[in-house]
Design a protein around this ligand. Structure first.
Ligand code: PTJ
Length: 236
């Protein structure tokens, strides 16, 4: 935050995420791997996939974002809730240092606005989110996910809270910590690229977003009940 990368509100968002990660046991459950698989299928199938980057995401996993961007052929676009020139440049530097070839979202000549959102959050890159049919928006706020869905775009998100408005709005929601999920998505993308179209079609038929979100809730309930019944659960 002191380097202008993360917004003040980003610290609160981070704490919220950490609380939910305790409920998951701070590791990736099986249902999350299936959510990640569905998300990667959607992103690989998209004509113009884009990865939207905010301050939190840039700080947590810049190298992984760059690697996923290359694996999916999806450009990185800086898209900020609390947009300032200083933050745009600080985040661009983080991504450049992590090896990004191109970073969209901060060239004033390439900016256009999307409807339904308040002033600064409307700004998107005309080469990126504006044209995209599938936007990956991790750690996002509900309004923007809803606005992008209303424009007919598919939305993929990573959000540790399975009940957040973003999780409930997205086409595919991944209930996992971004620090784990991006690395897993890179591996899944590599595997899927070696699979035949028929194999991917069959796999896709077994994956359904709402069902998987329900599994996330069931997993949390099951885990907490199990912990509550164990004598040792409250020992350090
Ligand atoms: O950098 P900016 O200006 O674009 O601002 C970004 C923030 C994060 C401030 C903004 O998008 C925001 O306020 O987001 P929310 O509405 O707090 O949503 C963030 C969601 O991400 C919450 O539901 C958190 O539970 C979740 N979250 C936080 N940390 C993680 C996470 N999900 C996955 N992995 C995490 N590490």
């Amino acid at each position: 935050m002191h380097k202008n990368i993360v917004a003040e509100a980003g610290l609160i968002a981070h704490g919220r995420g950490e609380a939910f990660d305790y409920l998951l046991g701070e590791r990736t459950p099986n249902f999350a791997i299936r959510q990640e698989t569905l998300a990667v299928i959607l992103l690989l199938e998209a004509k113009k996939p884009v990865i939207s980057v905010n301050g939190n995401v840039a700080v947590l996993c810049p190298k992984e974002l760059v690697a996923l961007s290359k694996e999916l052929g999806a450009p990185l676009e800086i898209n900020l809730f609390y947009r300032t020139k200083e933050r745009e440049l600080a985040i661009k530097k983080v991504l450049d240092d992590a090896g990004a070839d191109q970073v969209l979202g901060i060239d004033p000549d390439m900016q256009e606005t999307i409807p339904e959102l308040s002033h600064l959050r409307r700004i998107v890159d005309s080469r990126g989110i504006a044209q995209s049919d599938c936007v990956f928006v991790p750690l996002e706020d509900g309004d923007r996910s809803m606005a992008l869905r209303n424009l007919g775009k598919n939305i993929v998100t990573v959000d540790l809270n399975p009940l957040s408005r973003t999780s409930l709005t997205a086409t595919v929601s991944i209930t996992n910590n971004i620090t784990r999920s991006i690395t897993e998505m890179i591996e899944i993308a590599k595997e899927l690229k070696n699979s035949s179209p028929d194999q991917i079609k069959m796999l896709r038929g077994t994956l359904e977003n709402k069902k998987l979100l329900r599994e996330a809730l069931e997993f949390i309930v099951f885990r907490l009940k199990k912990l509550a019944s164990e004598e040792s659960a409250l020992e350090i």
